[in-house]
Each structure stands twice: as structure tokens, then as C-alpha cells.
Design a protein around this ligand. Sequence first.
Ligand code: HMG
Length: 389
Amino acid sequence: MSISIGIHDLSFATAEFVLPHTELAAHNGTEIGKYHIGIGQESMSIPGADEDIVTMAAAAAAPVVARHGSDRIRTVVFATESSIDQAKAAGIYVHSLLGLPSATRIVELKQACYGATAALQFAIGLVRRDPAQQVLVIASDVSKYELDSPGEATQGAAAVAMLVGADPALVRIEDPSGLFTADVMDFWRPNYRNEALVDGHESINAYLQAVEGTWKDYTEQGGRTLEEFAAFCYHQPFTKMAYKAHRHLLNYCGQDTDNDAVSAAIGRTTAYNTVIGNSYTASVYLALAALLDQADDLTGKAIGFLSYGSGSVAEFFAGTVTAGYRDNLRTDANRAAIARRTPVDLAGYRDLHERSFPTDGGDHATERHTSGPFRLAGISGHKRLYQAR
Ligand code: HMG
């Protein structure tokens, strides 16, 4: 009998500031309905000057390590597409901030928003090889588009930390997976740019093609039928995308796409992404957190996951919610992470958006913004300096 492996714990963190979409709409003359209804976004998290993917990741992972200890964690896989270094893995800074054992392997993974799902699947492989070990999977991203571009309304920032192990307390991840790769230029970020480039409408089409492609492969691999799923967690660059994707899947399968059916499958997965914005790698797992925190008892129910990363790679897979999962949720902390953000006005947001460190190798301290547990204190000699706050 194959052992049960999956998500044993899940915790997330987001940024210090929040920009309501009403501020952006007032600035650019957009009818607010386009943001609230058209793309399904209310606000977006904006990192402070002393926050980045490392500080959010460490804040997300610290409660996981506090609850379970680090004795069984021998691997940390850090998925991101807003990397801070071309060589050193961001997870090494997290390892240091959290005081993890030196007998740990750490690596960073990249494939746009899909990276965390690759990390989860690789983690499952490691646990299958030695079920006594646990893998800390971290997804952390800051989504940034150019000011006054159509993508600007779909920015955001968050980190999710997941402990992957045998006999998981939350969700057992199943075989098979449906896979799909296509070489498309829908969204990309050359090494010399801070902001992503995107062909917005092409990216939506590419995502929908990937939904079809993964489902086709999932079915051919002997996966579950649509009717067996209680809910679907989609990658949510903006929450309306999950609705578009699910309608597309139902159409593709020749099923009714009435609003009630779509809302029943998606409705409880969007609560966190709609106020945090696009968190790239973390987004699909924020959808899972929202679902587990809000839904009626899901014990024994199957959840479908659709992870999409531009460029593009996608994967559809299923998870089954385990008995007693509610005792292991972090619902209060999750809500507090969102509620504690400080509203920022448009001028403050634009100032933060345009900041970057000088590249002269000098000593540059950051302003104190974060009220989170870790901060990026500055940069010195081209080295980033992190500290517990
Ligand atoms: P846009 O072109 O400015 O918006 O930008 P639009 O004109 O397409 O309008 C959006 C929706 O609002 C439309 O609904 C309008 O009808 C509606 P739809 O036809 O799509 O159902 N609308 C209104 N609704 C109510 N009241 C109103 C109103 N006005 C209009 N008054 C776009 C939209 C998403 C393209 C842009 O924000 C963008 O480029 N975003 C970035 C790209 C993106 O998020 N793509 C998603 C798929 S790719 C992906 O998920 C991967 C990604 O996460 C990256 C990665 O993998 O790393 C991005």
C-alpha cells in the first residue's frame, strides 16, 4: 500500500502595506466596477522598504517551525520568480533567520507562478524515499508591473510555507498529475528588469489552453472525474481568472456552466487573493488556505488544483482533505495577517514601487516599515543584511 504524503501544515504571510483599488481607480479614472467585478480585486499588498521575498518567507515559515520543530526538515525548497540573487538561494537567508540545522539542503526553483507546485511534487518524491523526513516548501513573491500599465491592478505580495510529510494533517496529495507545457511569451521578466512584461489578453488565452491541456492529460492518466471534486483551487492572478478557468473547464467537458455550479466550486477559494493580489507562486496555495478556513467540513473530500506559470507550464492534480484537518488550521493568524496591514495612499505606493537599492556597493540602510518578525536592514558591499526585528 502506498503511503499517504501531502501538506502537513500551511502558514502564510503578506506585506506591511495595502493599497485599495479605489485609490488606483481614482488616480487613473477607471470605473471601480472594472476592478471589483471585472477582475475581482479589492486591494493589493505592497511590501515596505525593508520587506522582500525573504522577510515574507521567514515570517510564513516561522510558525511552522515553531509548531513542528526542525528535526525532520532536511530540505527547504524555495519557489519564486522575484528572486533577489542570480546565484544564492533565497532559502539560505530563511534558514539562517529561523536557525534551521546545518544538515539541510536548500534550493531555489523557478518557473513563473508554477514553481511552488514543482516544489511540492519534488518534496513528495523526497518524502516517498524517506518518510521520516519532512520538506519545507516555501512560495514567496512580489508581483510588480509598470506604473500605469494594465497589469498594475493585478500586483500583490505574499509567501506561503508548507510542511510536506507522511501522514499529513491537512491534505493528502494524489497521483496522477495532468501536465502541460507550451512555449509562449505571455508574461516574462528579463534579468535586467524589475517589472514583468506581459501580453495580458494573450496570457489569459494561454492560461485557458493550459487548463484544457492539463485536464486532457489528467484524464488520460486515469484521474478522477469532474463530479468527484468538492472544490477547485486555481492559480489566481486576479480572482475572476479562477471563474474564467473553471467555466472553460466545464465547457471543455461539455457540462453546464451556470453561475451556481461555478460559484460552488470556486467561491470559497478567493477570499485571500482578492485582498492580497497576485502573489505568483503562492496564489494557488492561498486559495487552498481560504477554502480550508471557510468551507463546511471537507473531510475526505477531493479538491482539484490547477497551477499555471506563464511561459508556460501547468499541472492539474487532486488532494484529499484529511480527518481532523480543522484542528490544524491557522484561520485566526491568516485573517490577522491580512487585517494588520496599513493602508497606503497612492503617492506612498508609487514611491515604494519606484524604489530600488543603489548598485554602487556602498552601505545603504532601509527605512523601518515592517511590523513583521524579520526585516531587510539594508545592503552593504552588495550583500543583503537581514535581521529579526
Ligand atoms: P485590461 O485589458 O485593462 O482589462 O486588463 P479588460 O478591458 O480586459 O477588462 C477586464 C474585465 O473587466 C473584463 O471582463 C471587462 O468586461 C470588465 P471579461 O471580459 O474579462 O470578463 N469590466 C467591467 N466589469 C464591471 N464593471 C465595469 C467594467 N469595465 C470593464 N465598469 C488584464 C486586464 C488582466 C489583461 C490586465 O490586468 C493584465 O495584463 N494583468 C496581468 C496579466 C495577468 O494577470 N494574466 C492572467 C493570466 S497569466 C497568469 O496567470 C500568470 C501570471 O500570474 C504570471 C506568472 O505565471 O508568473 C500573470
